[in-house]
Design a binder for this molecule. Structure first.
Ligand code: SF4
Length: 83
């Protein structure tokens, strides 16, 4: 079974991928709901790793926005370079 088949967000794509011109208060509410689902997801680690490895720019993955994933990817890369 693939990890996506166990995703807690199945059927809730609208919560995870907003419109580009979505107003800020609405986006904040939507992403907070999405992140809450991620916190209970059994494949959060796999999901986040997939998004980081593929530099996915849109949506909430593994409980993180693109901006948060970028910071995490930079920390991961710095850690790999130091090892
Ligand atoms: S971590 Fe979040 S975005 Fe990833 S599969 Fe789970 S619910 Fe979906």
């Amino acid at each position: 079974m693939r990890w996506v088949d166990r995703a807690a967000c199945q059927g809730q794509e609208a919560l995870f991928f907003g419109a580009e011109n979505e107003p800020r208060p609405k986006r904040d509410t939507r992403t907070a709901k999405a992140k809450a689902i991620c916190m209970l997801c059994p494949v959060r680690e796999q999901c986040l790793d997939y998004a980081l490895r593929n530099t996915i720019r849109h949506g909430i993955w593994g409980g993180l926005s693109y901006e948060c994933r970028t910071r995490k990817r930079h920390r991961r890369n710095r850690g790999a370079a130091a090892a």
